[in-house]
Design a protein around this ligand. Structure first.
Ligand code: SF4
Length: 340
């Protein structure tokens, strides 16, 4: 899969590109002179996503490991990356093994841990260690943050506009998600967000009545999930996962406070509480919980159902692609239920 290395999101092809397996303190990477690329975004946005999964299977990654993990492995090779940051605590139970496999193939791995204790002192020590392992300092990373926060503020503006129903569900998801790696190029990320904001502010969609929904879970592997929901009359006024990735709560704050307030890598209960609060504030009438086949987080579905007192649709998918007929029928039935 050597061809088309810069396809899809237009990844900068130079020695300093570093892959990330999920949201990490990117300030450290920029301070260390790296250009982070979120492997998830590369994988799912690529027309070669299915080929990346197949490549991983041929390399011996079992098909009982979720397709996101196989896609991340494929994306590292697709881009020819020499350096990757793996979050080995707080994200995915597969990442440790994935890192070991990549390491055995000559990829330099930097491990990052969101401390299970969720104590400020533990996180600050980990941030300092992480910075030093990349040849920089925590102070240098803190100095990078205001410039990235200025771009996160654009994502914040998009999120505020979404409350009025004026942002297409897919644009809200993408606009927030893009700040997970800033495309490895903050200026490019700023331009993309500005374009989405212009579209949102000038869209006639703002006057369309719709069923207000929120989403939670792991990022959807389906390319048209939000568009299909919109065709059925829905509008998402919050997407928990990319909103958390965008770290809106941490704008203007220090790194430790910011990454401590980030709920995704810690216990599921604070995630549920965050979504419950946001669904209330945004007057949502239903929740879509996206789950990935073969993911350990599937077990949490029960807890979401017990603790969010709204109609919930759990959408599960396996491989990258479009919404299938069975899922589409379930989505229609859910929307009919909310519309009566
Ligand atoms: S979907 Fe689940 S198992 Fe797959 S990479 Fe994400 S957290 Fe890990």
């Amino acid at each position: 899969m050597g061809a088309g290395r810069t396809a899809g999101r237009g990844v900068p092809e130079n020695f300093f590109v570093i892959g990330i397996t999920t949201t990490v303190p990117v300030e450290v990477l920029f301070a260390a002179g790296r250009r982070p690329v979120d492997l998830n975004n590369i994988f799912v946005a690529s027309p070669e996503a299915a080929a990346m999964v197949a490549f991983a299977e041929r390399a011996g990654i079992p098909s009982s490991v979720c397709a996101w993990t196989r896609g991340l492995y494929g994306a590292v090779h697709h881009l020819g990356l020499k350096e990757v940051v793996g979050v080995v605590s707080g994200d995915c139970s597969h990442t440790l093994a994935l890192c070991e496999i990549l390491e055995s193939e000559g990829v330099k791995i930097h491990r990052f841990v969101y401390p299970p204790s969720r104590r400020a002192g533990d996180l600050e020590r980990e941030l300092r260690r992480f910075a030093e392992s990349l040849g920089t300092t925590l102070a240098a990373a803190e100095a990078v943050k205001p410039a990235l926060d200025a771009i996160r503020s654009l994502a914040g503006e998009l999120f505020r506009l979404a409350d009025g129903g004026g942002v297409a569900s897919g644009d809200l998801f993408a606009g927030l998600l893009n700040t997970s790696d800033f495309f490895g190029d903050p200026d490019k990320c700023r331009r993309k967000l500005e374009a989405i904001l212009v579209k949102a502010k000038t869209s006639p969609e703002t006057v369309r009545p719709s069923v207000r929904l929120v989403s939670a879970g792991v990022p959807a592997i389906l390319s048209d999930l939000w568009d299909v929901f919109e065709r059925l009359g829905a509008r998402f006024v919050d997407h928990e996962t990319p909103r958390q990735y965008a770290l809106l709560h941490g704008i203007g704050r220090g790194l430790t406070e910011t990454y401590l307030g980030y709920t995704y890598p810690y216990d599921v209960f604070s995630r549920i509480e965050d979504v419950r609060t946001m669904a209330g504030v945004r007057s949502a009438v239903g929740l879509v919980h996206y789950v990935q086949s073969f993911c350990h987080r599937l077990m949490h579905d029960r807890l979401w159902r017990e603790r969010i007192h709204l109609p919930i649709l759990t959408v599960e998918a396996d491989r990258p692609g479009r919404v299938d007929e069975r899922t589409s029928t379930r989505m229609e039935a859910f929307m009919e239920r909310l519309s009566v």
